[in-house]
Write a protein that binds this ligand. Structure first.
Ligand code: GUN
Ligand code: FE
Length: 418
């Protein structure tokens, strides 16, 4: 058994109300998993190598549950648009370029490097409709040892001609993509219909059959704006909610289901998400940039829906999930101020919990530093003012507000340094 020990301060979330913290402690990692946390090195590990992080705070790596790798190059552009125009004027023309594998390689290399830089080691990622480029992204994630769910996007209607598949093409390419990635290790495929307005019923139903055949889940955008929520129902007459489109097709039965945004959920959306253990992804930057609606986060949690966090780059302008943690707290206050009956302010602990433990659970035992969890972790340092000591939780909270990748001084996946 390979054992390593890390010394420092340690912080992780237990649940939405509680952070667990340790100072001046030792975390024992055996074969890449957390064995335990101690105030002194236990005698049986006396010979194991110790890495000393001083006053650095060891925390679980972040999970980004909704990010468009193909939109990495458009982050921070077109941010004065709203969804419909942003998609048509910026995003669709940009995504069309991924038919060129060389173009895709540059973007995906930079994207994956930036994920690592920002301490995001687990991600649910949309690529584009193009299978070769999506395969490249998939291999790049695996090569770096990151955990991921990666999807080839499906869109076969109401999309520009240069970014629109036929139904047959979309299903055949998706099946090929799934077949190619059936025996992978850290990265798994996920079916990724863009959203209801750009997918026909025939396509969604066909994807449902593939989900059953290959036992995979689904990742899409659900009730993300008033326009989208209405358009979904217009395109799928006879359906009572956006979520029902995926439920009836059988897309929620065979793997994780990941719904981005969930800003205007109906009772029916909530019932369906609860029933299938769907995670609702809060993407604070994207919400303010291109959507202009705020997820009723605390209300969703109160009704039993699991909430996780996403950067939604390029709707969001930065990959750092820690910035989204801070923004989630800020937005929950605005939501409560304008709609006090709808949703309440959340704590830092809650936002941190969503971005680590709940998000990580989609990938396995990740996102915590409790016993048995993968030691997928980062170390945060230099968040204190001269002569003023802060608790581990205070240092991590400050990091989420004003830190950047320079404050991440070490990174580990499955116990191995990156
Ligand atoms: N809805 C459909 N496509 C997209 C996209 O690329 N980004 C966001 N934020 N919403 C979408
Ligand atoms: Fe998105």
């Amino acid at each position: 058994m390979a054992v390593q020990i890390h010394h420092g301060d340690i912080l992780y979330a237990i649940d939405k109300d509680n952070l667990q913290s340790y100072t001046d402690s030792y975390i024992v990692v055996a074969d890449g998993k957390v064995e335990g946390i101690y105030d002194k090195i236990p005698p049986q590990y006396a010979d194991a190598p110790v890495t000393d992080h001083g006053r650095g705070v060891i925390i679980p790596a972040f999970s980004d549950l909704h990010v468009h790798a193909s939109q990495y190059v458009e982050r921070g552009l077109g941010m004065d648009c709203l969804l419909y125009n942003w998609l048509n004027d910026y995003t669709f023309p940009q995504e069309a370029k991924f038919s060129d594998l060389e173009y895709a390689k540059n973007t995906y290399d930079a994207f994956v490097d930036d994920l690592i830089l920002n301490g995001t080691f687990h991600a649910c990622i949309l690529a584009t409709i193009h299978r070769p480029a999506t395969n490249y992204l998939f291999s790049k994630m695996e090569e770096k040892g990151l955990y991921g769910l990666v999807g080839k996007v499906n869109m076969n209607t109401a999309s520009p001609e240069y970014l629109c598949e036929t139904t047959e093409e979309s299903l055949a390419e998706t099946e090929e993509f799934l077949k190619e990635h059936m025996n992978t290790t850290t990265v798994k495929p996920i079916i990724t219909p863009r959203f209801a307005p750009t997918c026909s019923k025939e396509l969604i139903d066909g994807l449902g059959k593939l989900a059953e055949k290959y036992k995979v889940g689904v990742h899409t955008h659900v009730v993300e704006s008033k326009w989208e929520a209405q358009e979904a129902l217009n395109c799928f007459p006879g359906y009572g909610s956006d979520s029902e489109i995926y439920e009836r097709a059988g897309l929620l039965d065979h793997g994780p289901s990941v719904f981005a945004h969930v800003i205007f959920p109906t009772e029916e959306d909530i019932r369906i998400m609860k029933k299938h253990g769907t995670v609702a992804v809060h993407c604070p930057d994207a919400t303010t940039n291109v959507i202009a609606g705020i997820m009723p986060l605390s209300a969703l949690q109160d009704s039993g829906v699991n909430v996780v966090v996403g950067s939604d780059v390029g709707g969001g302008h930065h990959l750092a999930i820690y910035k989204q943690i801070a923004r989630a707290v800020q937005l929950s206050k605005l939501k409560e101020f304008y709609e006090p009956d709808v949703s309440k302010t959340i704590s830092f602990a809650n936002a941190f919990y969503c971005a680590t433990k709940v998000g990580g659970s989609v990938f396995g035992k990740m996102g915590s530093l409790e016993e048995g969890y993968h030691f997928n972790a980062i170390v945060i340092d230099n968040m204190e003012d001269k002569g003023i000591q802060l608790t581990p939780a205070e240092r991590v909270e400050r990091f989420c507000y004003i830190g950047d990748d320079r404050n991440i001084v070490a990174r580990y996946i499955d116990g191995k340094p990156l």
